[in-house]
Write a protein that binds this ligand. Structure first.
Ligand code: CA
Length: 724
């Protein structure tokens, strides 16, 4: 047992892992990795599906090198490492599995096999890992097995094996390979290839792996590359895997995580709150993953999953913009501006290499979800002062997908773009037409922000950003699908899920006007009516039809059991909605409800639904600080209700923001007064610059709501901030 100290001891990597196909408490993996590491590692207990780890399973099949951003997207470049002393030479995952006791940390994993006391320990580097295997007797075996796909194994000598695996779930070019070099600390008694459960003479083929036999304890360092075996060897050397001890690398990785978690230091006597907070903060430091590797000249390069070629510069991947743009990118702008600069240049490189921005990247183009919310990611970074990336090329790519027909399956571009350009909305001729229409209006507003920054003409986008009004049916009070001839699609059912919406229905989808809350409020009948509608969202029974899905999908179940009516926090479309009470001038309603979500839906063990590359966690981290990015693309934050008496946020250039909550924070959920650097503020919007400059933000808390309606001048503003 290696004692874990500092903030790391609050992180529970098992948070969100007790999930299955039918119900997500996060759909996460107990990842062991460096922050944003090119490789993640996870215990594997069931190879048969995307849910390859469960804390309920008692047997360990191995430790998987994984790149899976979500079980719905799948893994690639994956392989599993296991060790045991099985006298029957079983090799397949089911047969080599052993009852185990696991110790899970972000920087260190240890498994003790309970049949004989074999101990497996490992710690990750960015592109590799160091394993130590302790065998209680002679007859120890280390097993390396690809999870899917073709592979090639070269046994170089009695201490070295190299090769590649090519398993993937799509999103790769034809010659995709994940190369590796593995080195043992002592000569093996023998190294053999195998396939299935049997030793084999094959050196390449479907899932060919290797096993190495040892008479006593051994270490194995392994590094990988998406470029070549030579590059994997370079990574092995540069990351200290040929020189440093297990203890040194554990300490190094622990220190890196401690520093990453120190970005926000919260103070509390409540261990449960601390564990929830830091487990969430851990989740925000894993995706999108680094895809570039160090070249021989001291720079970086990457093999592009978009072109198959090796290019200079950064690339990141494993990210679904539909989910992530809402919280995690604005959070990066606040606490990781340098990292964000590199990530944004990486997304611009993806466009340059593939000709289009990806909609969902893993590792290359994947057709999943709707919208082109890379627009929001780029606009948001720029709005918050991240300018040191190729903005003109970014705008070129955004204008391309906003005007040109893209991939018919939706991996890039905008499905229904012809309709949208001519009608002002996507007609019911296209799948998920309401969701797409609303997303395009917001995304065009984001494009206008970027165009304005470069001094380009934004007039076309000014018209587009109000196009959401086309789909609001005043009769029913919701966003509704329209036919190409302008008539509403019949029949109407407010509880209908799925097409023409996506992963939700009218109740969840009708708020997707992030850029113009004032316009949406007006459309829904003004402050009173809008507030009433939000209240109904929270109190209407969670009824739904299974719609085009034909079955109860997990998001439906999660909404139904959460106890928040139609407010489905288990999925992203509503993540800005509780903060819309602010936009209607009723901040006490925001304060109450966001606290309720924090208290009832997040624990050190469970999340409300799919974690989705840091987004679900970032919602919590930011809400716990008492701030929220209501409109990604707009340089502002809107206040909520802080969860901790004191939080210190590390900003760029050594600056700090101290967030204080005066009162009994556990009971006092309402804010009576806010002060920025000692001066009272009477508005529900803080500029990004005000917070990023550092200083103190103080909330005076009370158990009694201050039901003073904030006038429009003090509310989060909307539409075309560049004109103001
Ligand atoms: Ca989701």
């Amino acid at each position: 047992m290696r004692a874990t100290k500092g903030l790391l001891r609050y992180v529970n990597p098992l948070q969100g892992t007790n999930s299955h196909h039918g119900l997500s408490t996060g759909n996460t993996l107990p990842l062991v990795a460096r922050p944003f590491g090119m490789n993640h590692w996870s215990a594997q207990t069931d190879q048969s599906s995307g849910w390859f780890f469960s804390p309920r399973h008692r047997k360990l099949q191995g430790i998987r090198c994984t790149h899976q951003p979500s079980p719905w997207i799948g893994d690639y470049g994956h392989f599993t490492i296991m060790a045991n002393t099985d006298p029957h030479f079983h090799l397949s995952p089911e047969k080599r599995a052993r009852a185990y006791k696991g110790e899970f940390h972000p920087h260190y994993f240890r498994a003790e096999l309970l049949n004989d006391g074999t101990v497996i320990e490992m710690t990750p580097t960015e592109r590799g890992a160091l394993f130590q295997f302790q065998f209680p007797s002679a007859g120890g075996r280390v097993i390396f097995e690809p999870v899917t796909g073709e592979s090639s194994i070269e046994i170089v000598d009695e201490t070295t094996v190299c090769g590649w695996v090519s398993g993937n779930s799509g999103g790769v070019t034809e010659d995709f390979k994940h190369f590796f070099v593995a080195k043992f600390s002592r000569p093996a008694l023998g190294i053999f290839t195998f396939q299935g459960n049997e030793a084999s003479s094959l050196e390449a083929g479907d899932r060919v792996g290797f096993f190495a036999a040892f008479g006593s304890d051994v270490e194995m360092s392994i590094a990988t590359s998406f470029i070549s075996v030579e590059q994997a060897q370079r990574n092995l050397e540069l990351e200290g895997l040929t020189t440093k001890s297990l203890d040194q690398l554990i300490e190094e990785c622990g220190a890196i995580w401690e520093d990453a978690l120190s970005a926000i230091i919260v103070e509390s006597d409540d261990e449960t709150k601390l564990r929830t907070f830091y487990s969430c903060l851990f989740r925000t430091q894993l995706f999108p993953r680094i895809w570039h590797e160090p070249n021989a000249e001291g720079g970086i390069h990457h093999r592009s999953p978009y072109s198959g070629e090796v290019h200079d510069g950064p690339l990141y991947t494993d990210n679904g913009f539909w989910d992530t743009y809402r919280t995690i990118y604005p959070m990066f702008a606040l606490i990781q501006p340098r990292r964000l600069t590199e990530i944004l240049q990486g997304w611009v490189n993806a466009y340059k290499e593939g000709g289009w921005f990806p909609q969902w990247a893993s590792p290359g183009y994947r057709a999943c979800m709707v919208g082109t919310h890379i627009d929001a990611v780029i606009a948001d970074g720029l709005a918050r002062g991240i300018t040191d990336f190729d903005v003109p090329t970014a705008l070129e790519g955004m204008l391309k997908h906003a005007s040109t027909v893209g991939d018919p399956s939706g991996a890039w571009g905008r499905i229904g773009i012809e309709d949208y350009k001519t009608l002002g909305y996507v007609s019911s001729d296209h799948h998920e037409s309401v969701a797409r229409s609303l997303d395009y209006a917001y995304d065009d507003w984001c494009i206008a922000q970027v165009a304005h920054h470069l001094g380009a003409d934004v007039s076309a986008y000014n018209a587009s950003q109000t196009s959401y009004t086309h789909l609001f049916d005043k009769q029913v009070g919701f966003m509704r699908a329209k036919n190409a001839d302008g008539t509403w699609v019949e029949p109407w059912n407010e509880f209908h899920w799925g097409n023409p919406y996506v992963e939700g229905g009218p109740w969840q989808a009708s708020w997707a006007v992030q850029h113009d809350p004032a316009g949406l409020i007006q459309l829904m009948g003004g402050d009173e009516a809008f507030t009433d509608k939000l209240n109904k969202l929270l109190t209407t029974p969670p009824y739904f039809t299974t719609g085009a899905y034909g079955m109860e999908i997990h998001e439906m179940t999660e909404m139904a059991v959460a106890g928040f009516g139609q407010y489905a926090h288990s999925n992203q479309p509503v993540h800005h909605v509780l903060y819309l009470f602010n936009a209607a001038g009723r901040p006490w309603r925001t304060q109450k409800e966001v606290r309720r979500v924090m208290a009832e839906m997040y624990t050190p063990d469970d999340l409300p639904g799919d974690e989705d590359n840091g987004e679900m966690s970032a919602w919590y981290v930011l809400s716990a600080l008492g701030i929220f990015p209501q409109t990604p693309g707009h340089p502002s934050w809107t206040p909520g209700s802080p969860l901790f008496a004191k939080a210190t946020v590390r900003l760029a250039d050594g600056k700090k923001l101290e967030v204080n909550a005066i009162g009994e924070v556990d009971n006092d959920v309402y804010v009576t007064q806010m002060e920025l650097n000692g001066k009272a503020i009477d508005r529900l919007q803080l500029s990004h610059g005000e917070l990023a400059a550092g200083g103190s933000l103080t909330f005076h808390m009370s158990a009694i709501p201050s039901e003073v309606v904030v006038p429009p001048s003090g509310r989060p503003y909307s539409l075309s901030p560049y004109q103001q």
